[in-house]
Design a protein around this ligand. Structure first.
Ligand code: NAD
Length: 517
């Protein structure tokens, strides 16, 4: 192991030189297939992780069920106190964990640390929530009756997460699920097992200190097979799935077919629209961050850019200057803005997308190539150049515009009327994030209103990516309609009951129905 990688792993108590157990359900073990954790920046194998065997998964689900039976009776504010301690434990390791995210996922350091910060923020939020998960008292039409809407813990919540947010997505789910009194079973991406092990070590140390069963926050690493078994299991009350539309469609159908609860957070194909009155000094860097940040591997990355004809040339020339200046680098080095793609396969996806654009006659204004000239260890990394392409016109029926390419490829179209651009924004299957740049209040009204953007995130003078935790996060249409994080998202992590209580001496029926002879 390189000394750099060894330092990052050491700081989190992970031994990188031997097989590591990748299952936690109160104890650490692992008897399934071996997963390799590979550094995307160098190609170095960081560790080998023993994933969950079918028997281990079965046992972990059983332990999670037992843990739930215990945990549901712990008062919610007490659960909040445990979350507060988890928050403190995460904060104490924020920089180390952020570095591991960079090392294993490939995003740059500030974004890796930002991801851990997001977990800390949602833990703070959930501490407060633990005293505010209120039901309601509803006025009854019958004398001497009360109706209560009561939230109770749901059961076992499985979190299946994607590679690109190997810490934060679990954080959003764990914090709400734990506050709600559930046991959570995490199956992370098969390519980011170390992040999940490091997080679970931190969380489990707090649970153990508080004599809470470890399986309240169980971990089962593994690939597709483990994911499928979880999704099919009647022992899982809710599946919170974050990943591609392709897999989400299968997961959604399977969970629905057994009448389980499912929360889907799937692909995005996000557009920014630039109006003639946009402040380009703000809009250009925001589009640059949206399209190039995380090397285009955020669900909210900007993939489509619609420019008003009057500003198109000026905008593109400023954007091209930023693209020309960005250099691929080591994600752990403070000055780097562009890290690698996560896998070799993603480089192939990028190349195929660029090739398809070229063949269709698109003009390539920046990038368009895999980096092959990096010296030293980075020569083994999955680096590509961020690309700006101007296809021949906008046709949202064309796969070029319709499909999410999970790489830094930005497609540009030119419009004359805002309505036309909103039509393009809405004309794709996905509906995650969208962004309008204007100073004109009338445009804002259109954009956020009934005939405006149909996405779950509708921003004004704010780019498509980089959401805070306070609002519910999620997308519409093929993005899956799920909501996580803030807002009312917690309401999905509980089971709701309507309880009508009669404290009178009569037993009248609703709607005045008579049923006595
Ligand atoms: P993916 O769909 O390949 O994998 C997601 C998870 O599903 C992984 O844990 C994987 O092991 C598991 N899995 C794979 N096949 C499965 C199956 N048949 N049954 C059950 N589980 C299975 O996604 P990815 O490549 O890791 O992530 C990238 C995708 O995630 C992109 O499309 C991105 O937009 C999306 N994403 C969405 C959000 C959001 O909040 N909307 C956030 C992050 C990422």
């Amino acid at each position: 192991l390189s000394s750099r990688a060894a330092r990052v792993l050491d700081a989190l108590d992970i031994a990188g030189d031997r097989e590591i157990p990748g299952v936690y359900d109160g104890e650490w073990h692992g008897a399934g297939d071996v997963l390799e954790s590979v550094c995307p920046a160098t190609g170095e194998v960081l560790a080998r992780v023993r994933s969950a065997s079918p028997e281990e998964l079965h046992a972990a689900l059983g332990r999670a069920r037992e843990a739930y039976a215990f945990f549901r009776s712990v008062p919610a504010p007490r659960r909040g106190e445990i979350l507060r301690q988890i928050r403190e434990a995460l904060a104490a390791k924020r920089d180390e964990l952020g570095a591991l995210v960079s090392l294993e996922m490939g995003k740059i350091r500030t974004e890796g640390v930002g991801e851990v910060q997001e977990f800390i923020d949602i833990a703070d939020y959930a501490v407060g929530l633990s005293r505010m998960m209120n039901g309601r008292v509803v006025a009854s039409e019958r004398p001497g009756h009360s109706i209560l809407e009561v939230p109770n813990p749901l059961g076992v919540v499985a979190v299946l997460s994607a590679f690109n947010f190997p810490v934060a997505v679990y954080g959003w789910n764990l914090a709400l699920s734990l506050a709600a009194g559930n046991a959570t079973l995490w199956k992370p991406s098969a390519t980011t097992p170390l992040c999940s092990i490091a997080v679970t070590k931190i969380v489990s140390s707090v649970l153990e200190r508080n004599s809470i069963p470890g399986a309240v926050a169980a971990l089962v690493t593994g690939g597709k097979d483990v994911g499928e078994s979880i999704v099919e299991s009647q022992d899982v009350d809710m599946v919170s799935f974050t990943g591609s539309e392709h897999v989400g469609r299968i997961v959604g159908r399977t969970v629905q077919s057994r009448f389980g609860k499912v929360l889907l957070e799937l692909g995005g194909n996000n557009a920014s629209i630039i109006m003639p009155d946009a402040d380009l000094a703000l809009a250009v860097p925001a589009v640059f961050f949206g399209a190039v940040g995380t090397a285009g591997q955020r669900c909210t990355s900007t993939r489509r850019l619609y420019l008003h004809r009057t500003v198109a040339a000026a905008f593109l020339s400023r954007l091209q200057s930023l693209y020309a200046a960005v250099r691929p680098g080591d994600p752990l080095a403070p000055a780097t803005l562009l890290g690698p793609l996560h896998t070799r396969a993603a480089v192939g996806v990028y190349s195929a997308a660029v090739e398809r654009l070229r063949k269709s006659g698109a003009e390539i204004l920046a990038g368009g190539a895999v980096c092959r000239d990096l010296a030293g260890p980075l020569g083994g990394g999955n680096y590509v150049l961020p690309t700006i392409a101007v296809p021949r016109g906008v046709d949202v029926a064309d796969p070029i515009w319709r499909e999410e390419t999970f790489a830094p490829v930005l497609c540009v179209g030119v419009f004359d009327e805002l309505e036309e651009a909103i039509g393009w924004n809405n004309g794709v299957p996905q509906g995650l994030s969208s962004s309008l740049w204007t100073r004109d209040l009338r445009n804002v009204g259109k954009w956020i209103g009934p005939a405006g953007s149909d996405a779950g995130i509708v921003n004004v003078n704010v780019g498509t990516s980089g959401a805070e935790i306070g609002a519910a996060f999620g997308g519409n249409k093929s993005t899956g309609w799920g909501r996580e994080s803030g807002g009312d998202a917690w309401k999905q992590y509980v089971r709701w009951s309507a309880c009508t209580i009669n404290f009178s001496d009569e037993a009248p029926l609703a709607q005045g129905v008579q049923f006595s002879s």
